[in-house]
Design a protein around this ligand. Structure first.
Ligand code: NAD
Length: 253
């Protein structure tokens, strides 16, 4: 079945990659708070032969959330992918309170509110699939990432709770939890860590990023896209409230 799929934070990295993969068989709407970036992403995907709709959408904006609710009611949304995110690294004593709040707003309150916005339409249709892009940091912690780790852990509780509330409507909600993926977000961290530790970027990758990943390789975006495709497909209809982990063995430690 061709599904209508709405992805947040999809102008780059994981969201854009998932959109590219799913656009072959589905109607995909990519969205992002950055208007220029989302237009550029749409043009890039179209140039590669992938037709996607694009929309400016900020997961923290009350008016954007209200519009999403109307859009879901009038045009339908079968699949919501909560992907928007950001990182900020600091020890807790120095963490700016506004930054802590911003990370929680984007990566925990945002997914809760987008879920709230699409659920009435999904319930009316008796079908829905919600995927949260969590992280290995939904399951374990790394120092200096308190807001990120707290937000990503929170997604698992959100999914468990919503799963119970909507199970009778054939709506599932799961959290995909990758280890490090080579995207802009991670490239920024690599640069920062190289400067802080006065080592080269390749040493950061080897000694810091992949240290906890026994398979010693980044997770590829296509692996995440394939996992999402499985979770929205017929064989996963009874998989709900789960954390699906792609971490190269990280959490076996
Ligand atoms: P990215 O920086 O390429 O993409 C994140 C996108 O979110 C950006 O396009 C940004 O504009 C958008 N965004 C930020 N705030 C927003 C808001 N308020 N409303 C709408 N969009 C907003 O990063 P990525 O690596 O592709 O990350 C995507 C998701 O995957 C994030 O939730 C991230 O935490 C998660 N993740 C990434 C990794 C990794 O190693 N890259 C690992 C685990 C989980």
């Amino acid at each position: 079945m061709r599904k209508k799929i709405f992805i947040t934070g999809a102008s780059s990295g994981i969201g854009k990659g998932i959109a590219k993969h799913l656009a072959e068989k589905n109607h995909v709407i990519i969205s992002d708070c950055d208007g220029d970036k989302i237009k550029a992403a749409q043009a890039d995907l179209r140039a590669q032969g992938h037709r996607v709709e694009a929309q400016v959408f900020d997961v923290t904006s009350e008016s954007d959330l209200a519009s999403l609710q109307q859009q879901a009611q009038s045009q339908g949304i079968d699949v919501l992918i909560n992907n928007a995110g950001m990182q900020y690294v600091s020890k807790i004593e120095d963490f700016p309170p506004q930054k802590w709040q911003q990370l929680i707003d984007i990566m925990l309150v945002g997914p809760a509110m987008t879920t709230q916005a699409v659920l009435p339409a999904m319930k009316a249709k008796n079908f829905g699939r919600i995927i949260n892009i969590g992280s290995v940091h939904s399951l374990v912690a790394s120092a200096y990432k308190s807001a990120y780790v707290a937000a990503k852990h929170g997604l698992i509780g959100l999914a468990k709770t919503v799963a119970l509330e909507v199970a009778a409507h054939d709506i599932t909600i799961n959290t995909v939890c990758p280890g490090y993926v080579d995207t802009d977000m991670v490239r920024d961290q690599i640069k920062q860590q190289a400067a802080v530790h006065q080592i080269s970027e390749s040493e950061v990758i080897e000694k810091i990023m992949l240290k906890n990943m026994p398979k010693k390789t980044f997770i590829e975006i296509v692996e995440l896209a394939g996992t999402v495709e499985f979770l929205i497909g017929p064989f996963a209809k009874n998989i709900t409230a789960q954390a699906i982990t792609l971490d190269g063995g990280w959490t076996a430690h």
